[in-house]
Design a protein around this ligand. Structure first.
Ligand code: NI
Length: 139
C-alpha cells in the first residue's frame, strides 16, 4: 500500500454534511471510497470526450420483433461492425418485445456512431448506452 497518498480537502461544512449524507445513503463506508469513485467516474467521462481512446460501451435496445424488416436491419448494422462488437445477447421479453444487449469495445466516437445508428432505427422503442471503460487507466 506504499503507493497510497493521503491528501486534505477544504470545503464548506454544509457541503461536507450533504456529501456525507449522500454517500451514506449510497452505502459507502467511508469518504475515501466515495471520492475514489467520483474521480474514476470523471476520468471515464474524459475517456468518452477524447474520441480516439479505446473504451467500452454497453448498449441496450428494446424493439418489437414483429415490425417489418427491423430485426434484419439491426442485425445488418451489427454485422458491419464485428471488430467493435464484442458480444450481443437477445432476450424475448414477451410475445412482441425483444431486448438486445450489445457490448462494444473500441474508439468512443465509433461506439457512439454505431449505437446512435441502432437507436435511431425506425421501430426501436428505447436505446440506452452505458459509457464505461476498459478499466486500464483507473488505478
Ligand atoms: Ni426476441
Amino acid at each position: 500500500m506504499s503507493d497510497i497518498t493521503r491528501f486534505g480537502v477544504s470545503l464548506k461544512s454544509t457541503l461536507l454534511d450533504k456529501f456525507d449524507r449522500l454517500i451514506e445513503q449510497s452505502g459507502y463506508k467511508n469518504r475515501s471510497e466515495a471520492i475514489r469513485d467520483l474521480i474514476r467516474d470523471r476520468m471515464v467521462a474524459e475517456e468518452w470526450i477524447s474520441s480516439d481512446r479505446e473504451t467500452v460501451g454497453v448498449f441496450s435496445l428494446i424493439y418489437n420483433h414483429e415490425q417489418r424488416e427491423l430485426n434484419k436491419t439491426l442485425t445488418n448494422i451489427q454485422h458491419r461492425y464485428v471488430d467493435i462488437i464484442v458480444s450481443s445477447t437477445h432476450i424475448h421479453i414477451d410475445h412482441h418485445n425483444c431486448l438486445e444487449v450489445v457490448i462494444l469495445k473500441g474508439k468512443s466516437s465509433l461506439i457512439k456512431k454505431i449505437t446512435d445508428e441502432l437507436a435511431s432505427t425506425r421501430g426501436v422503442k428505447h436505446g440506452k448506452l452505458i459509457m464505461t471503460s476498459t478499466g486500464s487507466d483507473l488505478d
